[in-house]
Write a protein that binds this ligand. Structure first.
Ligand code: NAP
Length: 326
């Protein structure tokens, strides 16, 4: 396992982090708790110490499962990252709310569900246009002063929102979407983070499983699975992305790795990326990440990948469909 340091944290983190959205079940067609706990234990045993979760993942369920796993594994073996700033009602409708009052309520609930005294990295999940960024940043700063969190992070923020944040509080990390098919952050977010020494924890590195190469055009997703309405998984668009997957696969095989491992390696090699999150619901899925060969992709390989993407997907679709309503 490769390790790195993240600003604001005094211990190394694995460059692969385990993503636990799927573990909550919500938007992933359900999940099995026992398998999920085993996946977290397998990840940590294999050296993946960075765990990313959020209250909204299964409306508390993912955090509770992570908490149960931490109880078995031991708090000192993991770096726990969670988020705040999304609220939900009993119809499971979500909306953004980064007000200090909402965050104050969320922090204590997250600490309780996770069964920890402090959270290593606390991230604002989505920007909330109704609340000044500065007020949200101040709230996290006060949690830090109270010893409830260590590092301060945001997710899905633009450079101007991060700039506003940094006027009142340190910003240690950003968590944006990034994978071979979704490269929008290369334009502005990634250069901004690099210039300002903000750690980047990239999410969606497998493009919700598309970059594992396991899907065929006729695949039927379970009720409630996000991929039922993800634009990349629909009709001709899905077929175009699958054709790109087919073209990428031999390149991965040539390096003695799976397509998913190559996708993660590609992201890890991009300048400015600190950690990539790999979502997994069962041990075998995350062990594939842990077994990633150390081989780097050469400039020639990177060029080949770019040409495949240009040919198969001349007009890429971004991950914007995931943005929750205000
Ligand atoms: P992802 O990592 O791109 O894809 C994860 C999915 O791929 C898994 O749920 C699983 O789906 C499939 N998969 C993983 N390993 C596999 C393997 N070895 N073989 C076959 N299939 C495999 O997507 P993600 O979960 O959306 O993103 C990762 C993490 O990033 C999340 O868990 C969350 O922590 C974070 N995230 C953050 C935000 C944000 O707004 N900050 C947004 C999205 C995600 P199936 O088993 O269902 O096929």
């Amino acid at each position: 396992m490769e390790y790195t340091s993240l600003p604001g944290l005094d211990r190394p983190v694995s460059r692969i982090g385990l993503g636990t959205w799927v573990v909550g079940g919500w938007m992933w067609g359900g999940a099995e708790e026992k398998e999920a706990i085993e996946a977290i234990e397998a990840a940590v045993d294999a050296g993946i110490c960075f765990l990313d979760t959020a209250p909204v993942y299964g409306f508390g369920r993912a955090e509770e499962i992570v908490g149960k796993a931490i109880g078995r594994i031991g708090r000192d073996r993991v770096v726990v990252a969670t988020k705040a700033g999304l609220e939900w009602n009993d119809r499971e409708e979500i909306r953004r709310n980064s007000s200090p009052e909402r965050l104050r309520k969320e922090i204590d609930e997250s600490l309780r569900r996770l069964g920890v005294d402090s959270i290593d990295l606390y991230q604002v999940h989505w920007p909330d246009a109704r609340v000044p960024v500065e007020a949200t940043a101040q709230a996290l700063l006060s949690f830090q002063a109270e010893g409830k969190i260590r590092a301060l992070g945001v997710s899905n923020y633009s450079p101007s929102q991060m700039e506003a944040w940094r006027k009142v509080a340190p910003l240690h990390t950003d968590q944006p979407p990034y994978n071979l098919f979704e490269r929008g952050i290369e334009r502005d977010v990634l250069p901004y983070c690099q210039e300002n020494r903000i750690g980047v924890v990239a999410y969606g590195v497998l493009c919700r499983g598309l970059l594992t190469g396991k899907f065929a055009a006729h695949h039927s997703f379970a009720a409630g699975d996000i991929r039922r309405f993800d634009p990349k998984f629909q009709g001709d668009t899905f077929r175009r992305y699958l054709a790109a997957v087919d073209d990428l696969r031999p390149l991965a095989q040539g390096h003695g790795c799976t397509l998913a491992q190559m996708a993660a390696r590609w992201a890890l090699q991009q300048p400015g990326i600190s950690v990539v999150l790999w979502g997994a619901r069962r041990p075998t899925q995350i062990l594939e990440a842990a077994q990633m060969p150390p081989t780097l992709l050469s400039d020639h390989d990177l060029g080949k990948i770019d040409r495949i993407l240009e040919r198969r997907i001349p007009e890429p679709i971004g991950p914007e469909f995931m943005a929750p309503p205000l």
